[in-house]
Design a protein around this ligand. Structure first.
Ligand code: BMA
Length: 332
């Protein structure tokens, strides 16, 4: 796509990585595990809860024996107690059509914990929404048609409607790998419509490939503050990570959406919020140069905890002050 070397990107100086990153990796998991990443995190009934993706049983190339969703709890959002068994495993899938669930995103709405996830099926990639009250069972509410994923729910209804960000994959109309961020609404979390394009690739200076949602939005007085993922391809990148070819770089961006009309971006940083820089983000791991936030928690102190998968291999934490993040979102 791009024959030239892309510019080096650096993270915003407002971002502070947790000094003991990663906060979770394969060595912390009491069952078979290789890659622990792209977790959803929320505060639920006084505890921090994380559902993370675990790809296990590495075979070769990008093939693994399976993927499950693990569960961990924490009192401070930093140290995690991983539960003995996964929250969701391949054995829970009673449908030959489905090969795996991954990239969970959690949102608490009216006291219930909703889980959005991606589903690989024999007939395309689908986005699912489920709900759990006990972190034991997942009740599926709805699934999209292919191809769509990276869905995240807003934490409350807006003008009477549930709202989600999502990333459909229009392979014919936009070229093979050029995907954008959309928003849809629903009266009941089952039927979705009133869809609108909100963040095309070309609106982000550090993307030439795709954009998509990252962690579910948080509410601030100035608007819905939310991260997104922004991908660029650089053909000059050679082999890195475990895979023979991996030429993409995933950065986290930050934007502010209008409180009443969330399809309207009222501010965005023209630079990445988090770009891959450290050893665990840029040098080691399955796919290097991948930053993928999946959880964002606003504390009463104004601290924002951002949980992100690094190199598709480990789960990390970075923090920033909410006022600094709002300040980064310059008017469009
Ligand atoms: C996407 C998804 C993500 C992953 C990213 C980078 O297509 O599979 O889960 O983090 O690629 O490999």
């Amino acid at each position: 796509m791009n024959g030239k070397m892309n510019p080096i990107l650096i993270s915003s100086e407002k971002i502070k990585r947790y000094e003991h990153n990663p906060i979770l990796s394969a060595k912390d998991i009491p069952y078979e595990a290789d890659l622990i990443f792209n977790a959803g995190v929320v505060k639920y009934q006084g505890k921090y809860v994380m559902i993370f993706r675990n790809d296990y049983g590495y075979i070769e190339g990008s093939r693994f024996k399976g993927t499950n969703l693990g569960l961990a709890f924490s009192d401070d959002g930093v140290s995690w107690r991983v539960q003995d068994k996964p929250f969701f495993s391949m054995e829970d899938i009673q449908d030959d059509e489905i090969s795996r669930l991954y990239d969970p995103r959690l949102t608490v709405i009216d006291g219930r914990c909703y889980v959005c996830f991606a589903v690989d099926t024999r007939h395309g990639l689908r986005g699912g929404i489920g709900v759990t009250d006990d972190f034991n069972k997942l009740e599926i509410i709805s699934m999209t048609v292919p191809d769509n994923r990276n869905m995240v729910l807003f934490p409350e209804k807006i003008n009477g409607l549930y709202t989600r960000l999502e990333r459909p994959m229009p392979v014919y109309s936009r070229g093979k790998d050029r995907f954008d961020t959309w928003l849809s609404k629903s009266p009941d979390l089952k039927f979705w419509g009133e869809s609108s394009l909100i963040l095309p690739v070309e609106a982000v200076p550090f993307a030439n490939d795709k954009t998509g949602p990252a962690a579910p939005p948080i509410k601030t007085k100035k608007g819905w503050l939310t991260t997104f993922h922004a991908v660029d391809i650089d053909a000059s990148r050679g082999k890195n990570g475990w895979e023979p070819y991996w030429k993409k770089r995933y950065c986290a961006g930050i934007m502010l959406l209008d409180l009443e009309n969330p399809e309207k971006i009222i501010g965005m940083s023209k630079e990445p919020l988090i770009a891959p820089e450290t050893v665990y983000e840029a040098t080691e791991g399955f796919r290097t140069n991948v930053i993928f936030p999946g959880g964002m928690i606003l504390e009463e102190s104004g601290e924002v905890k951002i949980y992100y998968g690094a190199s598709d291999t480990v789960e990390c934490l970075a923090t920033a002050h909410v006022d600094d993040l709002l300040e980064l979102c310059k008017p469009m």
